[in-house]
Design a protein around this ligand. Structure first.
Ligand SMILES: [Zn+2]
Length: 139
């Protein structure tokens, strides 16, 4: 079952690993955390900006790879991002599309596309920081 969870999301994990390698080569950190790999520091801020220049992303999960702007942020966001790792394992390569649809559905309900997204609600609820009021995006 573990192999299925890994393979089901492997294309996205490989993309995340490519970005994590760039972070590591630029002097950042790249280490295993639970069921995922975590990269931070180095050029991570620039990589996160390239992923979405319109939002200030602190951390993002890409399959079994978590990218965070720095080690402190990675540590603070770890439980939240680990929820997204489990969501990727459930949804596989369909997760990015499902995430976007969930954001669109939230917007159609008149809610914030980020805070109203069911995947983010689950992550905030399970990481113990339900709607903490921070206005930065944590994918
Ligand atoms: Zn999130």
């Amino acid at each position: 079952m573990r192999a299925v969870k890994l393979l089901w999301v492997a294309p996205i994990t490989l993309f995340g690993a490519l970005l994590a390698t760039m972070i590591r080569v630029s002097g950042g950190r790249f280490e295993r955390q639970g069921t995922a790999w975590e990269a931070s520091g180095g050029c991570a801020r620039r990589v996160l900006w390239l992923i979405n220049p319109w939002m200030q992303i602190e951390a993002i999960t890409l399959g079994h790879v978590i990218l965070a702007r720095d080690a402190t942020t990675a540590s603070r966001m770890r439980s939240h991002e680990q929820v997204h790792v489990r969501q990727y394992e459930r949804w596989g390569v369909l997760f990015p599309a499902a995430y976007l649809i969930a954001s669109a559905a939230a917007a159609l309900r008149g809610e914030c596309p980020y805070r109203g997204n069911v995947f983010e609600r689950e992550a905030f609820a399970l990481d113990g920081r339900v709607n903490s009021g921070q206005n930065v995006r944590r994918d």
